[in-house]
Design a protein around this ligand. Sequence first.
Ligand SMILES: [Zn+2]
Length: 253
Amino acid sequence: MDSTRRVLEDGTVAIQGDRIIAVGSAREMAARFTSRETINAHRKVVMPGLIDGHGHAGHGLVKTLGMDTDDPSAVAAMRERFTLVELLEAGATVMLGSDGVAPDRSYDMFRHMFQAMRYHRTAFRDPSVLPAGKVLEMVTIDAARALGMERDVGSLEPGKKADIILVDLFRPHMVPMNMPLYRVAYFANGNDVSTVLVNGRVLMRDRQVLSVNEEDVLNFAQREAEAAIMRAGLAKLKETPEGFWGRSWLPKR
Ligand SMILES: [Zn+2]
């Protein structure tokens, strides 16, 4: 994906240091460069890292707490739509933000792409609202522009930072591996990202996080979240509420 939205079937991205130095066909790149390291992207979509416009790191530890109580932004998202289409038509640059991650939102930008399309198509009663390509732009190149970073990130072009993800297509919910732009916008989820490069550095390879010890981080998060819930006296919020099962509406509180 570059400034002309080119999609290469058998593409290769050449990286030197923290930057992309060339993008082209595998044959052309092999003739031009000898590489110290090659990452095999067979059956994968190689695309710019997705950009999240707004989130809350610490909220990851309180996700689903207070889920069924009054959450103004969740309620607003349900009842209203944003003036996204009007902004686009007025020529504004729009990016998506997850508002991750509590109580009911995730950081998964694939999910938010899908939700943005669904919300707005439902609101307009029109399936042609917000084509998938526009939504892909809103988490890559448009998002970079909104942040004033389009010279560095948001697309795979020579001179830009090597901020790249590999999305695995060879999975049951992704096969057949045709129409990759649609597959990524409608079917992919965050767990399909197999490899992540930031600044040319491989932070995750084949789902293995290399930059931190994932098990240690998860254990620490688990321990601290439980301790914080106890300290705040919120243990009751972890219980399954009255009316959770077998009803069409949660009882009003
Ligand atoms: Zn927020």
